[in-house]
Design a binder for this molecule. Structure first.
Ligand code: GLC
Length: 469
């Protein structure tokens, strides 16, 4: 920072702090958010108020968790971000009552932007082509292939294998898919694909990635009651008593005691309920997104948006002469020029490790930063990622409130978690735990357990668990 004669560095820092203050959360502020989330969860569960809820609390038809003794071979599909994965999953029973083993082979296929935002037929044909390629690659000769499909978008399910896409999230916009049955779309695309002729491909289960994460964590830990994703998008699911799920038909409620609810919490606050928390930068991120007005909570928490938030604040600070003084900020001006991995890399450095921070700023933004700039960038990344972790804790503590309202207080609840932000960001998990503990009632604990590849094996486990019911 080159100071003009009349500029006082302490004053500058104060102005930066005032802007960053908008992202800070104390206990009261977090509690107020958590209370509002709970109110919306309850609205989503009730028939009369579901239409007003921003969190839709979608029934999944998953009514049991794995015992750890399942076995079977499945093809699993995982669509939910810029990559599509096909996996071959073999679950074999353990010897003498020990836990089952899970062997996985898989291949990642890109979903190019033009396919994400092209026609539905292009998207489903691409998926069928990837399946055909994988079947050939793995030399799969068995002709009857049960499929577990992790489809990580909001769906209205009518059974374990019937799901209608409500709306796209995370930058997907393929036409003729919203409001349509995705099971149907997949089966039609498989039927169109000549390389798959002769294969009997059957959907055995469709599930959300949060559900896959809960199932794969429950495979290891029997008291896992919540599944959480903090990746490109964010969402959670949990085990609810069917008597509380008014959106289910009475006969279904009578048949099962429990069902996993896919909350679709990313859409929380799309009714403006967090107007006292939302900053002008959040509003700008929302405006420039393909789904303006929806997924407001997701846009404050998940990987698809955190980098852009940091960028917008830096642009503002620069325009006020508070950072990168006299530097060429052409790259910084470009939307999307800061990726969420930037936050992880900056936060991996010690606060006084200027060289690492300088290198990062220089390689991402082509800006020569001085110590003062590094301090600002570091503080900003910290403010935005710890706000994300705190907001996420508000949602989890809200779920704990629902669970303990029925099952009683004093519980040790396990929450299976996955997603790039949780896995890669050096302090996200720590902040999430700290904020959760700050909000939890005494005598209740939440253990966040990294769930290994729930999006991959979760759908296969879901199918297997349903089969053995
Ligand atoms: C988005 C999707 C949701 C998914 C989450 C995490 O919020 O709508 O279904 O679980 O991203 O991938």
């Amino acid at each position: 920072m080159v100071l003009n004669d009349e500029e006082d560095p302490i004053q500058l820092e104060r102005t930066v702090d005032q802007i960053l203050k908008q992202f800070y959360f104390d206990n009261d502020r977090a509690r107020a958010v958590s209370d509002r989330v709970v109110r919306d969860y309850r609205r989503g569960l009730k028939k009369e108020t579901n239409h007003k809820a921003t969190i839709k609390m979608l029934p999944t038809y998953v009514t049991n968790t794995p015992t750890g003794r399942e076995s079977g071979t499945y093809l699993a599909l995982d669509l939910g971000g810029t990559n599509f994965r096909v996996l071959l999953i073999k679950i074999t029973p353990g010897d003498n009552g020990t836990k089952a083993k899970c062997e996985i082979d898989s291949r990642i296929y890109k979903v190019p932007g033009e396919i994400m935002r092209g026609t539905g037929v292009q998207l489903w044909d691409h998926i069928a082509n990837c399946i055909a390629n994988f079947v050939k690659l793995m030399d799969i000769t068995v002709k009857t292939l049960p499929i577990g499909f992790t489809f990580s978008f909001p769906c209205l399910q009518r059974s374990l294998t019937k799901a209608k896409l409500l709306y796209w999230t995370k930058g997907f916009a393929a036409s003729d898919c919203e409001g349509k049955d995705i099971d149907q779309k997949l089966i039609e695309a498989v039927a169109r694909n000549k390389d798959l002729a002769g294969y009997d491909i059957r959907l055995a289960a469709i599930c959300n990635d949060t559900v896959g994460t809960l199932m794969s964590c429950a495979f290891e830990e029997s008291n896992c009651k919540i599944g959480l994703i903090i990746g490109t998008g964010t969402n959670a699911c949990y085990i609810e008593n069917t008597k509380n799920i008014e959106m289910l038909d009475d006969d279904v409620r009578g048949m099962y005691e429990h069902m996993i609810i896919n909350c679709e919490w990313g859409n929380f606050a799309s009714d403006g309920i967090l107007s006292d928390v939302i900053t002008e930068f959040d509003t700008a991120v929302d405006k420039s997104s393909p789904n303006t007005g929806s997924q407001i909570y997701e846009k404050m928490i998940s990987g698809m948006y955190l980098g852009e938030l940091v960028r917008l604040v830096l642009v503002r600070l620069h325009s006020l002469g508070l950072v990168f003084y006299d530097e060429d900020v052409e790259t910084l001006q470009k939307p999307g020029s800061i990726d969420t991995s930037f936050l992880s890399l900056i936060k991996s450095a010690a606060p006084d490790d200027i060289v690492t921070i300088q290198n990062q700023i220089s390689s991402s933004l082509e800006i020569g930063a001085v110590k003062y700039d590094c301090d600002v960038v570091y503080k900003l990344c910290q403010a935005i990622s710890s706000r994300a972790a705190t907001l996420c804790a508000c949602g989890i503590v809200g779920l704990v409130e629902l669970i303990t309202a029925d099952d009683g207080p004093g519980q040790n609840i396990v929450c299976g978690v996955d997603g790039t932000v949780f896995r890669m960001h050096p302090t996200f998990a720590k902040n999430l735990v700290r904020a959760t503990n700050m909000l939890l009632p005494k005598n209740t604990t939440v253990d966040y357990v990294l769930s290994h590849d729930g999006s991959g094996k979760g759908a296969a486990l879901t199918a297997l668990t349903a089969q053995s019911d």
